[in-house]
Write a protein that binds this ligand. Structure first.
Ligand code: BGP
Length: 484
């Protein structure tokens, strides 16, 4: 039984990607390496504080891994979007997409972060990509920094804890908007700003286990403060261009109290405050929320600010909210049983099933989240990532019969349309991803999300050819009929 969903005619349907997961061409046209591209090559003990790896050069690290294993690390090669962007953009258009969310690699524009002039070859590449999108009639949303800080910024400056990095980020983001404001309407300064605390590879120190919890927390919130300031500086500058809009991007996970025990309900509220609302609150209201002040006090966190920071934050808030949504989780005061899976372990919910990676599928949780954000902020909403990662291979007909993905997308689209009927101002959706990419969390190709299959394996072996999955045709039809 098919069902017709209601969406506004100008709803922005599309797909999302990130430079370090698709581009490849890691050493081409002046590009340097970002820490996230280097991380698997760095000895585990050194990963905790990347600024300590300064004795090694990027080339040393590359040489050592090539010699030791002789294998290709997929993130450095991506899906070779650098050379195949025309083919891929044409496929997105063919699927019926209206918007393409992509990120720019900082390492192509200011390879070491501290150059005075941008790398023209890097700018040229993105200009060509944007021209191609324009030719195909695709709107563009750019993530300025999607997990990929130039490695040398961490080696030389220590990452976000150093306020000089704010200036480097500003120089980079200003260059992008100066060059590309006529192509790009939607800008997201940081991807999943609330998740960065997990990854030292992004120049943040939240996971440095050699430090005490108190030191880590203090470092985490100081890094974040500097990111908020960098974002506000970019927003302030962007006001010069009347056709652009700047939004935020938060990894949103709907959480439920495990039961109706008030202790657990309160615990869920506290988690929601510090793990999600804190970020939206700072970026929409331009000040630290009251509950965070108590949290900072109790945890001995004392954020070092410059005199002008508060005013800068206050005057430069985002115009829309965007978020990724993959799953929901349960919360209790005591530990709850966790799902099996990598990276993101969730509190188990007996009413839901999980993907092979333990990500619990919850379309209703998306409607819940949309209503929550709309009620609280009354700002336009955009779902900048949502999708299902699965191990897949091509069948004898050179396709993938991914009915599970069709089901996943249908149920999420259904709940989005319900949320719109609830009165939520949701103006777009970019699935993760329109095409298979290298996974951010596991660094492998085999966790596939795309409507389009890419013939590379975990060691970048394969033809790189693109094949349409069953979901591609399904999505194409959905764009014409709104039927699920
Ligand atoms: C988000 C990231 C993406 C993406 C996605 C899926 O957190 O913004 O870059 O990769 O998650 O995660 P994974 O690739 O680990 O499956």
């Amino acid at each position: 039984m098919t069902k017709k969903l209601e969406f506004p005619s100008n709803f922005l349907w599309g797909g999302a990607t990130a430079a370090s997961q698709i581009e490849g061409a890691y050493n081409v046209d002046g590009k340097s390496l970002s820490a996230i591209e280097m991380i698997p090559f760095i000895e585990l003990k050194d990963r905790k504080d990347l600024s300590q790896t300064r004795k090694l050069t990027t080339q040393d690290l590359l040489d050592s891994i090539e010699n030791k294993k002789g294998l290709h690390y997929p993130k450095r090669f991506g899906i070779d979007f650098y050379h195949k962007y025309k083919e891929d953009i044409a496929l997105f258009k063919e699927a019926g997409m209206k918007v393409f969310r992509m990120s720019v690699a900082w390492t192509r524009i200011f390879p070491n972060g501290d150059e005075t002039e941008p790398n023209r070859k890097g700018l040229e590449f993105y200009k060509n990509v944007f021209e191609e999108c324009k030719k195909q009639g695709l709107e563009i949303m750019v993530t300025i920094n999607h997990f990929d800080m130039p490695f040398s910024i961490i080696q030389k400056y220590g990452g976000w804890k150093n306020r000089q990095v704010i200036d480097m980020y500003f120089k980079y983001s200003k260059t992008l908007i100066d060059e590309f404001h006529s192509y790009v309407r939607y800008w997201l300064p940081f991807n999943e700003i609330n998740l960065g605390v997990l990854f030292s590879a992004m120049g943040l120190e939240g996971n440095n286990e050699e430090k005490s919890l108190a030191e880590r927390l203090a470092g985490t919130y100081q890094d974040l403060h500097n990111q908020f300031v960098a974002q506000a500086k970019f927003i302030e500058y962007s006001k010069k261009f009347s056709n652009t809009k700047v939004g935020c991007m938060v990894a949103d996970t709907t959480t439920y109290a495990i039961d109706c025990n008030p202790v657990n309900v309160l615990e869920n509220q506290r988690k929601e405050q510090m793990k999600k609302f804190f970020y939206y609150d700072v970026m929409t209201k331009g000040e630290y929320p009251s509950y965070s002040k108590r949290y900072f006090k109790e945890n001995g966190i004392n954020i070092v600010k410059e005199k002008t920071d508060d005013e800068l934050l206050k005057n430069n808030t985002v115009e829309f909210l965007s978020f990724s949504y993959y799953m929901s989780s349960t919360i209790a005061k005591e530990e709850v049983e966790l799902t099996e899976g990598n990276l993101m372990k969730m509190g188990k919910n007996p009413f839901l099933v999980a993907t092979e990676w333990g990500w619990q599928i919850d379309p209703i949780g998306l409607r819940y989240c949309l209503n929550q954000l709309w009620d609280r902020y009354h700002l336009p909403l955009f779902i900048s990532e949502n999708g299902m990662g699965v191990l897949e291979t091509l069948n004898e007909n050179n396709t993938v019969d991914d009915d599970y993905r069709i089901e996943y997308l249908s149920r999420h689209f259904e709940q989005m349309s319900e949320a719109i009927k609830d009165g939520v101002n949701l103006f777009g959706y970019t699935m993760w991803t329109p095409i298979d990419v290298v996974s951010a969390g596991s660094n492998e190709m085999s966790k596939r999300y795309g409507l389009i299959f890419v013939d590379y394996d975990d060691y970048h072996r394969g033809t790189g050819n693109r094949f349409k999955k069953k979901s591609f045709t399904w999505f194409q039809n959905f764009m014409k009929t709104s039927e699920v």
